[in-house]
Design a protein around this ligand. Structure first.
Ligand code: AOF
Ligand code: ZN
Length: 358
């Protein structure tokens, strides 16, 4: 199961809208098949492992990180494939909460006379499937907020200089982080200030089917922005308020950007929850939020940040620097959003700390 979990990890960030599942087939103590959910979610992990094992699957034990599916999707159910291949025993880490499956897969295997065990490595599998579980259960993606600042939490000088605060190692680490997420979200302020392309430029990892999303209530993004110009090669979404003139939206649509209207808050910004549910409805399970200060504050205020990945660079800018997080309207300490530290690591001269919501 540990091996299956490691295989499953390969699908994080590119299996969406499906969960990233891993499968290992073992015959008399020997691994005869390995598989993981392929980019775009199909083929499923079990199909891959069975294809790899061929006739050696007969009588084997299958270790799968999620209950094999029982529904007819783009291909026949994995249960049927396991039964047809003559697999003798199936060990699953956890049940699939997708209402189309939800225990039916396990029942079907049992009915076919296959020995079924549940719960091995369940905690690890749940942690890895958190994004999928959130999308299925709550209609929201798992949200990781990435921040890169000075020790005193500043992301730009008063004159707007921000390149570069963190070192090259941290910037590479951010690219790897993008590869493990389904979509990257930024506010229009970040597009205006940095004109980022939000791609993953690590050799061998460039092809992840990543979605870039810009939250831009007032349509401030220039059509000349890099994310707009490259929208034909990397899918790009512009979330904006309702009521813009068609002529104002036309340059984006012509460039291949998908435009969606999201309800606005009384203050004018887009409402965080409808924004995230629109992304989940589109299949996003793991969302990386890369700035700026306004978007970070809006999500924190709404209690929608699940994880924080904070890169601290060894420098200080003082109070005139631009803070990483905008106003939270906090008066009482008891209302402060709190997180617990998951891990801390050095990245070149910087320190990356990962936190999870309490
Ligand atoms: C498996 N193995 O590797 C994965 C599964 O749209 P479809 O037909 O591909 O089905 C998607 C559903 O299949 C998804 O919501 C989840 O319940 C399950 N994912 N199942 O047996 C896999 N990725
Ligand atoms: Zn399946």
């Amino acid at each position: 199961m540990r091996a299956a979990l490691l295989l499953a990890r390969r699908g994080l960030g590119n299996a969406w809208p499906n969960p990233a599942v891993g499968c290992v087939l073992v015959q008399e103590g020997r691994v005869v098949g390995r598989g993981w959910t392929q980019p775009g979610g199909r083929p499923h992990a079990e199909t891959e492992a069975l294809r790899h094992a061929g006739p050696l699957a007969r009588g084997a034990t299958a270790y799968v990180t999620l209950e094999p599916c029982s529904h007819h999707g783009r291909t026949p159910p994995c249960c049927d494939a396991l039964i047809a291949a003559g697999v003798a025993r199936v060990v699953v880490a956890m049940r699939d909460p997708d209402p189309r499956v939800d225990g039916r897969g396990l029942n079907r295997l049992r009915d076919a006379g296959i020995a079924v065990e549940e719960g091995l490595g369940e905690a690890e599998a749940r942690a890895m499937q958190k994004g999928f579980l959130r999308r299925i259960g709550e209609g929201l993606p798992l949200v990781t907020l990435k921040l890169a600042s000075t020790l005193d939490g500043r992301i730009a000088t008063s004159s707007g200089e921000s390149r570069w605060i963190t070192g090259p190692e941290s910037r590479r680490a951010v690219h790897a982080m993008r590869a493990r997420h389904d979509a990257i979200l930024v506010g229009s302020g970040t597009v205006l200030a940095d004109d980022p392309d939000l791609s993953c430029r690590i050799p061998g990892m460039e092809r992840v089917p990543m979605l870039r999303v810009v939250a831009d209530a007032r349509l401030r993004t220039p059509a000349s922005a890099r994310v707009v110009r490259t929208a034909r090669s990397i899918p790009t979404w512009l979330l904006t308020g309702a009521g813009h003139r068609p002529a104002a939206l036309a340059p984006f649509i012509e460039a291949g950007v998908e435009v969606a209207a999201i309800r606005r808050a009384p203050g004018g910004g887009l409402l965080p929850r409808p924004m995230l549910s629109a992304l989940a409805a589109r299949g996003v399970t793991r969302l990386l939020v890369e700035g700026g200060a306004g978007l970070a504050a809006a999500l924190l205020r709404a209690g929608l940040v699940d994880r924080i990945a904070w890169f601290h660079a060894p420098g200080a800018m003082g109070a005139e620097g631009l803070p990483a997080v905008g106003p939270l309207g906090l008066v009482r300490l008891g209302h402060m959003p709190r997180f617990r530290r998951l891990r801390s690591l050095t990245v070149g001269q910087d320190v990356l700390t990962e936190f999870e919501r309490e």
